[in-house]
Design a protein. Structure first.
Length: 84
């Protein structure tokens, strides 16, 4: 009877290790998925940086236009007040 339990234990151990080796574990799958995401981000990062720089430039341009408009309005108002 002991030999049967021993053989069963060995068989279960072998089957367990075979299953562990045969099927990729979840962390390996996650690692692969994360690696693919990392590579994708690495490829698109320069384009994202360029887009962010362009957005910042456009925002600064709008702000400058608003400031110039405000100065123009102030000048017109002061001219009206002087002539009035």
């Amino acid at each position: 009877m002991r030999a049967n339990w021993g053989n069963a234990a060995v068989l279960l151990t072998v089957l367990f290790f075979h299953a562990v080796i045969a099927f990729p574990s979840r962390p390996d799958e996650r690692s692969l998925a994360n690696n693919e995401k990392y590579q994708l981000l690495k490829e698109i990062l320069p384009a994202l940086r360029e887009m962010a720089a362009e957005d910042k430039f456009q925002e600064e341009k709008r702000n400058n236009q608003e400031i110039m408009t405000a100065f123009g309005n102030m000048k017109e108002l002061s001219d009206i007040l002087r002539s009035g």
